[in-house]
Design a protein around this ligand. Structure first.
Ligand code: DQA
Length: 146
């Protein structure tokens, strides 16, 4: 079982950017948490981050036939990207949307998520632990064959 964990713009700035919202842990802490959790639950995981929408689209397309699930934090592209929505819909790989903060409790423009319609679940507001939750959800889904 192989999971692709994709992170959008500015998530490489974790630990530096708005620590009151995103906490003090760095992007490399996040990668460690994900790899540790993958080992704990017995799945393979690959973590990637890009500030570029098109590259995220390329990676979602690449997941088809190679990965069993995607954990996607589209960051700011959540609120603007029809291209990411279309990509998730196109590949048909079960995808869980993740946000470290809860965008629904922040500025009104963050309440819109384009990708949400194509995702099997959304985990938001649980900090970095939300990535582990999303991985668990995908594993459970695959085990149940749904
Ligand atoms: C975010 C929430 C988005 O609104 C924001 O643009 C981000 C991070 C989160 O993980 O809480 O960059 O996706």
């Amino acid at each position: 079982m192989k999971l692709l964990i994709l992170n959008g713009p500015n998530l490489n700035m974790l630990g530096i950017r708005e620590p009151e919202i995103y906490g003090n842990q760095t992007y490399s802490d996040l990668c460690e948490l994900i790899m540790r959790h993958a080992a704990e639950i017995g799945v393979e995981a690959e973590v990637r981050q890009s500030n570029h929408e098109g590259l995220l689209v390329d990676w979602i397309q690449e997941a088809r036939g190679k990965f069993d699930g995607i954990v996607l934090n589209p960051a700011a592209y959540t609120h603007s990207s029809v291209a990411l929505l279309d990509a998730v819909q196109a590949v048909g790989v079960p995808t869980v949307e993740v946000h470290i903060s809860d965008p629904d409790r922040r500025e009104p423009f963050r309440r819109v998520s384009y990708v949400r319609a194509a995702c099997v679940a959304c985990v938001k507001g649980h900090g970095l632990a939300g990535y582990a939750e999303a991985m668990d959800l995908l594993k459970l889904k695959m085990e149940n064959g749904k």
